[in-house]
Design a protein around this ligand. Structure first.
Ligand code: 3H9
Length: 690
């Protein structure tokens, strides 16, 4: 039996060490022995003070998320019981914090009378990222240690603060020097004989004593939450902490926690938490596969994509050489990069010094020879096979042996690109999403011959540069864009039959997408798709007519909408244009319901996801969910398309797809055998969490 809790005596101080690898989650098997030890130490007159520390890489990082939805969650002794026991123990209890004191971990630490922290430790309440609020006193104790505005910011964002800031704010009593446990023991010793004051006995407070500012902040949080319940609930809980007696606020917090933990949004967000970790486990890439070191990278192209990729790499500490065809193109690209960083500085999210450091990692070049010593080269040139092959031919000649050659293609066949080199094992797709320095998703496209350590390196790179990686196989559009094509396929038909762009967009924003497809196209520019259609000999009656009218989107002030600055307005000209196209096609327009729009756009997205799983383009449904949340703006509270499909019910989706297939005969509605089988057998895409 592993020893989850051990006690060591240092004179009259007892040091409790919790040891529940890997992150010291506060599981029942840890709570039970901890509770028992606390009782013993409370009753032992030879113990004057207690230190609670953790073994391994971190302090308690939260409740055990895998327990949520099971009978173990909340089972006595639960975290609330343990916190109450610590507060009333009658002797000083000191938390010795290293690593991450997150969620229930910080709640445990706040129930202690004092906190001593390692200078590198982080303290936070990230529950909101799991669709929850702190459920063991976090919202009532934090505003008793730090000003309520600070508590509100920490709890509603879920973002942690460092130990030094925590000390300034009042969350931490001392920063350790040298050994953490020794420091905590010394601190405990210095408090022996004092009557320990529990945090619950302190007053919650706002800076300057005025509630007005806090109410304003709560309003802001509510506006920004865009349909997510947890941030709003968390903000209200902080307000309760100021306006209600401690126990009443604690009770209200607990009730809200229990409601949220049982709800779909939290289930969805917990699903995404595990999906992120799962996605790092790629079939055939074991822990024994060592990533190649990436010290220096090359990026070909200083346009929007290349510049963004270069920034993403520089942000992750990698030196980057950006290659362009002319000095003018390089100057333009670097000018944009500089402007982007400057915007971050003026927003306050980057310091001038950090900007200079990042810019210092970037250099420009006009000759391929400058990339000869790069460990990784990513091309972001024009999306055409012949252009890509030409670039890879050149790279094959100059890149050092073992360098990884990556394409940022969004659609093209990575195997064909790889075959144009003498080293297909070193070729991989690294599909970034625009703007590449901001968007979290990195689709790693694994070619037939891509070496396992190239995939391992790409995964390690994604972590280094703060991206969420999803590995995809080769097909047209990989995971994300292939599914997007299925989602968009019916747009034209819906308009021809009676829907208008604003109605379709509203269905999307009501669903939780940040933008509808038409507003999005206006932002991206309609001429790009038009040019592509022409090149492929394709037509799209309404979309082509919009472009023929010179309406290319926001950049021309008119597209699917007309623009007053960036504000979209419904344009009667577009309505007339669409109605004219219906007439031309001999279609009598009819009312199209919002439900029909959902069935004909969202359900094909799910269906294509199922086809992608059948073809093993994605290893698991949660990888698809991750891609859609991080690359396409799928609402996080719905957990991604495959998780959402389970919530809707696969039977219902299959029935609707069959209906539309019967009506239209179109391929996007042809139900994938996997989806049909799951629907018929009562199966689901997402096994976890409960
Ligand atoms: C909470 O506390 C509610 C309370 O307010 C109220 C209670 C009544 N539980 O991320 P990693 C697993 S809610 C279970 O790769 P890192 C993770 O799945 C909780 N498992 O490591 C992975 O498993 P595997 C509030 C957990 O070093 C392994 O540990 N706390 C938990 O990159 C390693 O994880 C949080 O939300 C958990 N709480 O990062 C903190 N945490 O190896 C969540 C991790 O099988 N955790 N696992 O894939 C984190 O943010 C990061 O894990 C952490 C370490 C920063 C701690």
């Amino acid at each position: 039996m592993p020893e989850y809790v051990t006690v060591e005596r240092r004179g009259d101080i007892a040091v409790i060490t919790l040891d529940n690898p890997p992150v010291n989650a506060f599981s029942l098997h840890l709570r039970e022995p901890l509770n028992a030890e606390l009782v013993k130490l409370r009753d032992d007159a030879s113990v004057a003070a207690i230190v609670i520390a953790c073994a391994g890489r971190t302090f308690v990082s939260g409740a055990d998320i895998t327990e949520f939805g099971t009978s173990r969650s909340g089972q006595s002794p639960n975290l609330i019981d343990i916190c109450a026991m610590i507060e009333t123990l009658g002797k000083p209890v000191v938390a010795a914090i290293h690593g991450t004191a997150f969620g229930g971990g910080l709640e445990l630490a706040m129930a202690c009378h004092y906190r001593v922290a390692d200078p590198k430790s982080l303290l936070g309440l990230p529950e909101v990222k799991l669709g929850l609020l702190p459920g063991a006193g976090g919202t009532v104790r934090l505003p008793r240690l730090v000003p309520a505005e600070k508590a509100l910011a920490m709890i509603t964002s879920g973002n942690p603060i460092g130990a030094v800031e925590a000390k300034t704010e009042g969350l931490v009593d001392a920063i350790s020097e040298g050994n953490l446990v020794d420091s905590a023991v010394a601190f405990a010793k210095s408090r022996i004989g004092e009557k320990p004051v529990a945090v619950r006995e302190r007053e919650a407070r706002v800076s300057g004593g005025s509630y007005g500012a806090l109410d304003g902040l709560i309003e802001e949080v509510t506006k920004k939450a865009r349909g997510l319940e947890a941030p709003v609930a968390a903000a209200n809980a902080v307000r309760n902490a100021l306006r209600m007696p401690f126990d009443a606020a604690l009770k209200a917090e607990r009730e809200t926690f229990l409601r949220l933990v049982a709800g779909d949004q939290s289930r969805a967000q917990r699903h995404i938490f595990f999906a992120e970790r799962e996605a790092q486990k790629v079939p055939g890439i074991g822990k024994d596969v060592t990533p190649r070191p990436i010290r220096k990278a090359g990026v070909i192209g200083a346009g929007t994509m290349g510049g963004g990729i270069a920034m993403a790499l520089a942000n992750g500490g990698i030196a980057v050489t950006v290659l362009e065809m002319s000095q003018a193109a390089l100057d333009k690209g670097f000018g944009v990069i500089d402007k982007n960083y400057a915007a971050s500085v003026s927003r306050g999210s980057l310091t001038e010094a950090k900007k200079a450091e990042r810019m210092g990692r970037l250099s420009g070049a006009l000759d391929y020879a400058a990339l000869a010593d790069c460990d990784l080269i990513i091309e972001a040139v024009f999306e055409e096979m012949s252009v890509k092959k030409d670039v890879f031919g050149k790279l094959d000649k100059i890149a050092r042996p073992g360098a990884i050659l990556a394409t940022n293609t969004s659609y093209l066949d990575v195997n064909e690109i790889a075959a144009s080199t003498s080293r297909p094992q070193d070729v991989v797709g690294l599909h970034f999403f625009s703007p590449a320095n901001v968007m979290k998703l990195l689709e790693i496209v694994r070619g037939e011959k891509t070496a396992p350590d190239v995939i391992a390196t790409s995964l390690a790179l994604s972590r280094q540069i703060g991206k969420v990686a999803v590995v995809a196989g080769v097909c047209h559009g990989f995971i994300g864009n292939r599914m997007l094509a299925a989602r968009s396929a019916e747009g034209e038909a819906l308009m021809l039959e009676g829907a208008l762009p604003a109605q379709i967009d509203k269905v999307f924003t009501d669903f939780g997408w940040p933008m509808g497809p038409f507003a999005m196209s206006d932002l991206a520019g309609l001429d790009i798709g038009w040019r592509n259609r022409k090149a492929l000999g394709k037509t799209s009656a309404i979309a082509d007519a919009v472009c023929e009218a010179g309406r290319y989107g926001q950049k021309t002030g008119k597209g699917w909408y007309r623009y007053d600055g960036r504000k979209a307005e419904i344009d009667p000209e577009i309505t007339a244009l669409i109605e004219a196209e219906s007439k031309k096609a001999g279609v009598t327009r009819r009312a199209v319901s919002d439900e029909e729009i959902t069935e004909r756009t969202m359900y094909p997205l799910v269906n294509e996801g199922a086809k992608i799983l059948e073809e093993k383009i994605a290893a698991r449904p949660s990888d698809i969910d991750l891609a859609y949340i991080n690359g396409y703006g799928f609402p996080v509270g719905k957990g991604g398309p495959m998780f959402w499909a389970d919530l809707v019910g696969l039977k219902k989706i299959v029935a609707a797809l069959d209906k539309w297939h019967d009506k239209t005969g179109r391929d996007v509605f042809r139900v994938s055998p996997l989806l049909r089988r799951l629907a018929e057998t009562g199966g689901s895409f997402s096994a976890r969490p409960a």
